[in-house]
Ligand binder design. Sequence first.
Ligand SMILES: Cc1ncc(COP(=O)(O)O)c(C=O)c1O
Length: 399
Amino acid sequence: MDKQEFLKKYIVERRGTDSMKWDGLEGKFGEGAKDLLAMWVADMEFRTCDAVVEALAERSRHGVFGYSIVPEEYYQVFSRWMERRYGFPVKKEWLRFSTGCVTAISWMIHAFTNPGDACLIQTPVYYPFHNVVTNSDRRLVKAELRYEDGYFTMDMEAVEKAIVENQVKMFLLCSPHNPAGRVWTEEELDQVLAVCQKHHVLVVSDEIHQDIVFGGRRFVPAAVVSGGKYRDIVLTLNSATKTFNLATLLHSHIIITNEKLRERYDRFASALNRTEVSIMGMAATMAAYQKGEEWLGNVLEVIWDNYSDLKETLEKGLPGARVCCLEGTYLPMVDLRACVEPERTQELVQERCRLGVDYGEWFGDRYQGFIRLNLATDPAYVKEAVQRLIDGEKEMYRI
Ligand SMILES: Cc1ncc(COP(=O)(O)O)c(C=O)c1O
């Protein structure tokens, strides 16, 4: 399907459908924020693929939503997706389920660490990574990513120092990284995992963005880095929810290859939760992995074109603005510090330009003056947002 056809068919109006992104604007950005152009929370403006809609409709027509089991076929379909795309065939016995990746991070923290233990994150990072640690009475330890000229890299020395000084027990790796937009290379992953292994740190690898990768980059799951050298310290989390826009179907994967860790997790889980899965989440995920790849190809094209358009028009129209790299995810940061005093970013972006975005300081203390934009959206919204930023900055400084 060509891009125009795709947009015509799959862009839908979400206002008035209880969407957090649009109908929750006031809750997030305050009274009077209803009219903001929503470029925040990480879901898409696109209807999911037809196969998912049909699978859910078929389940609905059957009309029974009782307790369910996971069919053999599910494991095969998921494993094939992981093997074919990432060289990571997932055995049935390794797989557990959760209602979401953030919930699963919380379960990993509770299953494998004790109150007061230190958990490491690399900032700036998706803000629930911060909250899930502090709300679990664990110590939050931060290692800053290096930022230079719109590009983020890992600071291995900072990671090791943070681990040693704080006796870190668990590292929450975000791969691909939100909001740094990086798809970590195998070499980078090898280095950071080696540091963790050396200091007996367990790694929770949140790979929810695994399928959203651009420019020929290769996503490498932490569990298969360097021939699987680190898999005994890695707990992998992923789902089809970011890729296929299924967030509130509440179905995600926990992959634990190490038998002892699995036993420990199962003991924890048996006291915590029942193990039935969301029947709708499972049906949707299976259909997506079986028949959704063409739709995904169209989505990636739209996101990439939106990114190229954003980068070209914003950097030209608003000198000093830096659109950061986007190797993966649909959530690039934009560095506005050369255009506006960092503490006035919200005044420019929200009050003048009427945009609803995620602010850099939500992800890391040093990132005031950055905004994160969601590009899984209508290209017309991206153009509109860019124009508003260009005009808003001119008005603000009366150029
Ligand atoms: C890195 C990362 N993990 C987890 C989530 C949310 O996952 P879930 O809805 O499955 O909790 C997001 C959403 O943006 C994310 O970016």
